[in-house]
Design a protein around this ligand. Structure first.
Ligand code: FES
Ligand code: FES
Length: 153
């Protein structure tokens, strides 16, 4: 199949790759670039474990073709943590918000996006924001507690 050369910024660094027209962004990030934080869960848009930020907006990388991100900016948790844990990540740590951690990168990015738009969300707003990020382990309460503690006025 014909290859396409794409260039995008990944966690602040330029990245140029040859990809096939049908390659998924999730697979390219994990297998070609070596960025492992986006996780392959359902691979059909249902679980949120593959979430990344594309131009600052949370999206599911299992539903995006790699060719679509040509010229765009991608952030994963590797980029968020370049200078150490963010206050949100530290809050999650303080509250033992994750057990197996499979959902954690997607959850962190989804809440990061929420806090950019709404620095003091209510419990209901947090629940609504993370409704598409499935967690099998925690029952969500420690995740919500961490965000509320961090953002309380
Ligand atoms: S792996 Fe993409 S939403 Fe589940
Ligand atoms: S901590 Fe295991 S899926 Fe969320």
């Amino acid at each position: 199949m014909k290859k396409h050369t794409i260039t995008f910024r990944l966690n602040g660094e330029p990245c140029t790759l040859d990809v096939e027209a049908n390659e998924l962004l999730l697979d390219v990030l994990r297998d070609k670039v070596g960025v492992k934080s986006p996780k392959a869960g359902c691979e059909r848009g249902d679980c949120g474990s593959c979430t990344i930020l594309l131009e600052g907006k949370s999206v599911r990388s299992c539903l995006i073709l790699a060719v679509e991100v040509d010229g765009q900016e991608i952030t994963t948790v590797e980029g968020l943590s370049r200078n150490g844990l963010t206050p949100l990540q530290q809050a999650f740590l303080n509250h033992n918000s994750f057990q197996c951690g499979f959902c954690a990168p997607g959850m962190v990015l989804t809440v990061t996006e929420l806090l950019e738009k709404n620095p003091h969300p209510s419990k209901e707003e947090i629940q609504e924001a993370i409704a598409g990020n499935l967690c099998r382990c925690t029952g969500y309460q420690p995740i919500i507690d961490a965000v509320l503690e961090l953002t309380k006025k």
